[in-house]
Design a binder for this molecule. Structure first.
Ligand code: NAX
Length: 326
């Protein structure tokens, strides 16, 4: 019998969490033999809504769900956390510039970093979802020195899944036959969804996707703007697919995965990206929370241009975020 895994979710009364919490509770992420304890963090005004979510979790009578804690205190929420999923963030409101969004979120992630640093398990794995996710992860890592930077990541799996699905749809093949797709850089409209090495059953498909020119005109902007298309259609940002991507990310990271996936991780200089920013790379998840950035990809000029552009955006975000600290 494995010991109980303590999983914290922030922004737990929000729309992504509403789709995520049942997937965590039913064993689809950490395994059907792994009991979990949920610790849910919200801001004070959302505590009444959170108590409703908590009642629904209890009413789900999930055999693996051992306990549910609701709180507005990060110190209490992160106590003994083995996994922390940071979904809560200050939302981008109409007319807000990137700088304004950073100004709201830097203090939130700084405060949560202090609490995680002090109260979480020393081997805690932290997944940042709340936007701007990559830079929030950087702030979190900077202010949680007890947590190795390799234990912090940000979500680009939704973009990765979108890219897989668009290749499969365009070529009319099953999703599981598609491989070699990855997301580079920032979880923003500068991200680079890379299909240069995309394959179906091991056969390259770049030509079938129309070659680089067509990919630049159609495929890449479709992925980059998918989030905006969903907001336009639904009046709300993606939640069901985001929750599913969080589950995929955690399962790959914690349990390992045979396929190459995309995760925004602490840049170690790989592919010329400056150390320290959280950059989405193709990664191999080795199990037990270990991963390695896939090495040795010979980047063509086309890809390099996109990767440099998204890296520049991340350096600018980093500089803006750090300037807010002084
Ligand atoms: P919601 O606004 O529905 O929920 C967010 C919840 O977080 C709210 O209940 C709010 O009260 C809470 N919250 C705010 N500040 C908090 C704090 N300091 N501590 C704890 N809780 C706090 O948003 P939702 O649609 O669930 O999206 C959540 C975040 O995910 C947003 O920042 C969104 O931009 C981001 N996303 C990131 C994605 C990614 O791929 N990295 C994709 C999906 C999503 O857009």
């Amino acid at each position: 019998h494995p010991s109980v895994l303590t999983v914290c979710v922030t922004g737990a009364a929000g729309q992504i969490s509403y789709s995520l919490l049942p997937i965590l509770a039913n064993g689809h992420v950490f395994g059907i033999n792994q009991p979990i304890a949920l610790r849910l963090l919200e801001i004070t005004p959302a505590l009444p809504a959170l108590s409703g979510v908590s009642m629904e979790l209890i009413d789900g009578s999930y055999p693996l769900l051992r306990s549910v804690v609701e709180t507005d205190d990060p110190a209490h929420a992160f106590k003994g956390a083995d996994v922390a999923v940071l979904v809560g963030a200050f939302p981008r409101k109409h007319g807000m510039e990137r700088k304004d969004l950073l100004a709201k979120n830097v203090p939130i992630f700084q405060k949560q970093a202090y609490a995680l640093n002090q109260f979480a398990s020393p081997d805690v794995k932290v997944l940042v979802v709340g936007n701007p996710a990559n830079t929030n992860a950087l702030i979190l890592s900077k202010f949680a020195p007890n947590i190795p930077p390799t234990n912090v990541s940000a979500l680009t799996r939704l973009d990765h899944n979108r890219a897989l699905a668009q290749v499969a749809t365009r070529l009319d093949v099953p999703i599981h036959s598609v491989d070699g797709v990855c997301i580079w850089g920032n979880h923003s409209s500068t991200q680079y969804p890379d299909v240069v090495r995309a394959s179906v059953h091991g056969h390259p498909v770049l030509d079938k996707l129309g070659g680089l020119e067509r990919v630049a005109e159609d495929f890449i902007p479709t992925i980059q703007k998918r989030g905006a298309a969903i907001i336009k259609a639904r009046g709300l940002s993606s939640a069901m697919s985001a929750a599913n991507a969080i589950a995929d990310h955690l399962r790959s990271w914690i349990c390992g995965d045979d396929r190459i996936v995309s995760m925004a991780v602490h840049a170690d200089g790989s592919y010329g990206i400056k150390e320290g920013v959280f950059f989405s790379y193709p990664v191999r998840c080795l199990g037990d929370g270990d991963y390695e950035i896939v090495r040795g990809i010979d980047l063509d000029h086309f890809s390099r241009k996109y990767i440099d552009a998204t890296a520049e955006e991340l350096y600018a975000e980093r500089d803006e975020a750090l300037s807010l600290l002084i």
